[in-house]
Every structure is written in structure tokens, then in C-alpha cells.
Design a protein around this ligand. Structure first.
Ligand code: HEM
Length: 81
């Protein structure tokens, strides 16, 4: 069981800029990736997913289907949907 907070999709959608924070969802979890944006090997493309789900983008960019990518993502988990 997780002790992290539950967020609504509305709350996630409010976070789609580096100024307001960049949140994304993946498989029912919520991630605050603000600090990672400038470190992303794929550059600003990461902001296309800001405030929403990673799944459609990661389906297109299969480079993310690797353990080390999920490991990075897991560091930024802030809650559940
Ligand atoms: C590459 C992480 C979101 C597009 C990468 C790599 C990592 C990463 C670690 C390098 C993988 C490797 O070469 O082994 C992440 C994380 C994301 C995220 C943690 C979300 C929190 C996105 C999104 C897009 C995207 C939403 C597209 C809309 C790309 C592209 C590359 C890449 C095009 C290849 C860059 C290159 O090698 O030239 N990403 N990514 N990423 N990412 Fe992301």
C-alpha cells in the first residue's frame, strides 16, 4: 500500500509548465518531473506529455521501454490517480 496522496486528473492537468510544475501520469501513478525536464535526452519533447499521460508518447518512442528509464521515472513519483 502506498502512503502517497491521490490526485484527480484535473489537478494533474494544472501542472504543464516548468513554472507551475510539470506533472505526468503513467499506469495510474502521478509524477512531478519538473526537475527532470532539463535533463531529458529527448529535449523539450517531454513537455508534450505535460499534464497528461505518458503512454501515448512512449508508445511512439520505444526508446523508453527500458528498465533504466522506468527507474528514472520512479524517482519522481508524488502520488496516485
Ligand atoms: C530519450 C526519459 C518523456 C521523447 C529518453 C531517454 C530517457 C528518457 C532516459 C534516453 C533513453 C536511452 O537512450 O537509453 C524520459 C522520461 C520521460 C520522457 C523519464 C517522462 C517523464 C518523453 C516524451 C517524449 C520523449 C513525452 C516525446 C513526446 C524522447 C526521444 C528520445 C528520448 C525522442 C530519444 C532522444 C535521442 O536519443 O536523441 N527519454 N522521457 N520522451 N525521449 Fe524521453
Amino acid at each position: 500500500a502506498s502512503s502517497l496522496p491521490i490526485y484527480t486528473q484535473d489537478e494533474v492537468t494544472k501542472h504543464r509548465s516548468v513554472e507551475e510544475g510539470v506533472w505526468v501520469t503513467y499506469k495510474g501513478s502521478v509524477y512531478d518531473i519538473t526537475e527532470f525536464v532539463s535533463m531529458h535526452p529527448g529535449g523539450d519533447k517531454i513537455l508534450l506529455a505535460a499534464g497528461g499521460a505518458l503512454e501515448p508518447f512512449w508508445a511512439l518512442y520505444a526508446v523508453h521501454s527500458q528498465g533504466h528509464v522506468l527507474e528514472i521515472l520512479s524517482e519522481y513519483k508524488v502520488g496516485e490517480l
